[in-house]
Design a protein around this ligand. Structure first.
Ligand SMILES: NC(=O)c1ccc[n+]([C@@H]2O[C@H](COP(=O)([O-])OP(=O)(O)OC[C@H]3O[C@@H](n4cnc5c(N)ncnc54)[C@H](OP(=O)(O)O)[C@@H]3O)[C@@H](O)[C@H]2O)c1
Length: 244
């Protein structure tokens, strides 16, 4: 499998854990050819590799590694059914300005530069099935519309990705649809305290942590729908309406 030329694969970035891993696994279970990108080699990546899924490593905060990743993608797959940009770095903005400068560079590269370079480089080989358009799906965040001030670098770079959804939908149609899935509280981080979890759920209309499957269902609905582009699906239990 390792050296086999793939066809019509869907690339999932950040598939080494949590939501990205779930999306890659579920796409495979639903019969899609998948290429799973990761930065850190994890047991979850080993699970995907054991299923015969092609796995590729790259640090997407580094533009040289992004371009090398794209070159490798093109070697191992003739044409692509879609790309799902899930990789992300999530942390609050540092009070130390020098650290914040580094955060900005890193978040900009992961959330904006990597999707831009990958999308631009794969445009000519993104081909849909049976005459339908191919898919680019950006995983953003409800913070794009209603930011959390302590996370302003994270949020503003995700907002850049939101704007890129709109720009590329105009640029890449009619051959490629470009959409976005904007999660709310689907999986808490280990670092979230009980109090923070309680506060978040208190302002989530459906009152639960959603889990990764609703994100996958939104991704799949976009893949299956030939007439949606430049759109965003919030998967947030309604939190965007009540978040302070
Ligand atoms: N979880 C939520 O409730 C929630 C809420 C709103 C939005 N979202 C969005 O949903 C998506 C998935 O969320 P998640 O909670 O599963 O994210 P996560 O746990 O933070 O995982 C992010 C993934 O991105 C990868 N990544 C980070 N930095 C990278 C880099 N420099 N180069 C390449 N890959 C890198 C990570 O790999 P490593 O293992 O190497 O770090 C990891 O696989 C993200 O886009 C996130 O912004 C999630």
């Amino acid at each position: 499998m390792a050296n086999q030329l793939l066809e019509n694969a869907i690339v999932v970035t950040g598939a080494g854990r949590r939501v990205g891993h779930h999306i890659a696994l579920r796409l495979h279970q639903d019969g899609y050819e998948v290429i799973a990108h990761y930065r850190t080699l994890t047991p979850e990546i080993q699970v995907l590799a054991n299923l015969g899924i092609k796995t590729l490593q790259a640090d997407l905060s580094n533009s040289q590694q992004i371009l090398a990743f794209v070159a490798t993608l093109k070697i191992c797959c003739k044409q692509f059914r879609g790309v799902i940009h899930n990789a992300s770095s999530f942390e609050s903005t540092s009070d130390n300005i020098e650290v914040a400068v580094e955060q900005y560079k890193q978040f900009f590269n992961i959330h904006m530069m990597a999707p831009f370079l990958i999308n631009q480089s794969l445009q000519s080989v993104l081909v849909g099935e049976d005459g339908a358009p191919a898919d680019i799906i950006h995983i953003t965040d409800i913070n794009v519309e209603n930011p959390t001030p302590d996370f302003d670098i994270y949020g503003s770079t995700k907002a850049g990705l939101h704007n890129m959804t709109l720009a590329l939908a105009k640029k890449f149609g009619p051959e490629i649809k470009v959409n976005e899935v904007a999660p709310g509280p689907v999986l808490f981080m280990e670092t979230h305290s009980d109090q923070v979890r309680e506060d978040i759920l208190a302002e989530t209309l459906l009152g639960i942590e959603g889990g990764p499957e609703p994100v996958y269902l939104a991704v799949k609905s976009l893949l299956m729908n030939p007439f949606i582009t430049g759109s965003s699906i919030p998967v947030d239990g309604g939190r965007r309406l009540s978040k302070r």
